[in-house]
Design a protein around this ligand. Structure first.
Ligand code: GLC
Length: 473
């Protein structure tokens, strides 16, 4: 099976969120199963020079977008056995950061069309074009409306993966022709609820739609989670499936992770304590043996459940706990964490930003990892935390529900609560505090969390089965 995997970010080249982790590990897992998966992503100026130096220029071509005719250069690099194509256009991608520009619709439509056009210029005809999130959603539309008549493209099947249904690529219909170059007689594909919706178009145009956990696949059929797209998903019938993300278990391994203070495994948990001590020192937390250290690494966005944390924070601080937080995003949450950081010196540690090395130190050094999301398509941090013996405290939603099970039941590897309610969350934290005082029980709990298998093995096979299924269409 040959797969061409389209993504707006992929580790190790460029990352801003969980998509980069998935795009940096699933293709390798597919290759390990004996298939071929190549990855296409934009060549942003933030891709570091040390990577650029290793890339080879392959070819260039032009991409038509309505009345525009834009240059596209193709650079290639093989990393970990996977071939990557990085598409270059300085007008669109020579800017700092990845997203958030006024012309994002045009930038990513360009990228999506260029990725399809690429097939005309390389020696690789994929069986499946696998697009991810709204940034690459237009690929299936361009393929179906502009390329199907060319023999090379006839048999290509399409998969679209939703990593977060909240971000749909919604714009005014007025850009449909002028920017995207979609003629009026095809514009019904793009239209949804009075505006242009790229994710809706990909749902409609792709052979199959997947999302990143079975629970989230069920949830997004419900208007509470769907951000308006439940109708489009219902129309797709059984062509919407959930496949749980894996994590890169080689990179995220406490026994070899170079970014943590001291390496350890389930057999040397005393060394985890050394990580806790060092993390406290780094984050300005007073180190005490019996104080439960709660870690959080999160984007400051409302769906991450930060309202719950804010609501009970002062009550929580009456307990024997301290908190370390790493994150950035919406101003109101930044302000909240800055304020409690000032009010609880030595008990609340805060770092604003996206700092991958520090996040690993928190996975290793905290006792519990709090992730009370309102919705969570999959979530990767809770799996990494469990693998590092840091017990996750999660709300039972999406991928959190599929990966973390309460210590009170079978296969316990963390603490969970059901309702989106601050005191239910507090209850889960307090159950952790109680167990923490029983050192032997806590060690056993850490060991069971660390023994969970979060590798791609099973899920990569499910992707192959889904690809094979659409090949029969
Ligand atoms: C998005 C989701 C997150 C998921 C990740 C990778 O960032 O919000 O839950 O783990 O994509 O699929």
């Amino acid at each position: 099976m040959k797969i061409l995997y389209l993504t707006s970010e992929a580790r190790p080249f460029i990352a801003s969120g969980g998509l980069a982790d998935v795009a940096g590990s699933l293709p390798k897992a597919l290759c390990d199963l004996g298939h071929e998966c190549r990855v296409v992503l934009p060549l942003y100026s933030d891709v570091k020079p040390e990577w650029r130096e290793k890339m080879t220029f392959l070819c260039n071509f032009n991409v038509a977008l309505a009345w525009r005719n834009q240059y596209c250069g193709v650079y290639t690099i093989c990393y970990n056995g996977v071939t990557y194509y990085l598409l270059d256009n300085e007008y669109y991608f020579k800017r700092s950061g990845l997203y958030g520009y006024y012309d994002d619709a045009e930038r990513f439509a360009f990228f999506s069309k260029a990725a399809v056009e690429l097939i005309n210029h390389i020696d690789y005809i994929p069986d499946v074009l696998h697009a991810n999130d709204w940034e690459t959603a237009m690929a299936s539309v361009y393929l179906n409306k502009f390329y199907r008549h060319i023999p090379l493209f006839k048999g290509i099947r399409t998969m679209f993966t939703i990593h977060n249904i909240q971000y749909q690529g919604q714009f005014g219909m007025n850009i449909a022709w002028d920017v995207l170059g979609i003629p009026e007689y095809h514009q019904n594909v793009l239209e949804y609820d009075g505006c242009l919706n790229m994710m809706k178009a990909a749902i409609q145009e792709s052979n199959i739609v997947t999302t990143v956990s079975p629970s989230y696949a069920r949830e997004i059929h419900d208007p509470w989670f769907s951000h308006g797209l439940d109708g489009a998903l219902y129309n797709k019938g059984d062509r919407v499936i959930g496949i749980l993300n894996g994590i890169d278990v080689v990179s995220y391994d406490p026994s070899s992770d170079k970014d943590i203070y001291v390496n350890y495994s389930a057999d040397s948990l005393d060394k985890k304590e050394d990580n806790r001590k060092a993390l406290c020192a780094e984050m300005g937390i007073e180190y005490k043996k019996d104080t439960l250290l709660i870690g959080m690494v999160t984007r400051f966005a409302s769906h991450k459940g930060l309202d719950l944390v804010r609501y009970i924070f002062d009550t929580l601080m009456q307990d024997n706990v301290s908190v370390v937080v790493l994150g950035s995003g919406e101003r109101e949450y930044e302000d909240f964490f800055k304020e409690v950081h000032a009010r609880y010196p030595g008990r609340v540690g805060l770092r604003l930003g996206f700092v991958p090395e520090l996040s690993r130190k928190i996975y290793a050094g905290a006792d519990v990892f709090l992730m009370p999301s309102k919705s969570e398509p999959c979530g990767l941090a809770q799996m990494v935390a469990a693998r590092y013996g840091t017990l996750p405290i999660v709300r039972e939603t999406g991928g959190l529900k599929d990966t973390i099970h309460d210590m009170g039941g079978e296969n316990g590897n963390g603490f969970t609560f059901q309702t989106y309610n601050a005191h239910d969350m507090l209850g889960a934290i307090q159950r952790a505090e109680k167990l923490y005082q029983d050192k032997a029980a806590w060690k056993a709990a850490m060991r069971s969390a660390m023994s969970c298998d979060f590798s791609w093995g099973k899920s990569a096979k499910e992707y192959i089965a889904a690809y094979e299924r659409i090949m029969k269409d």
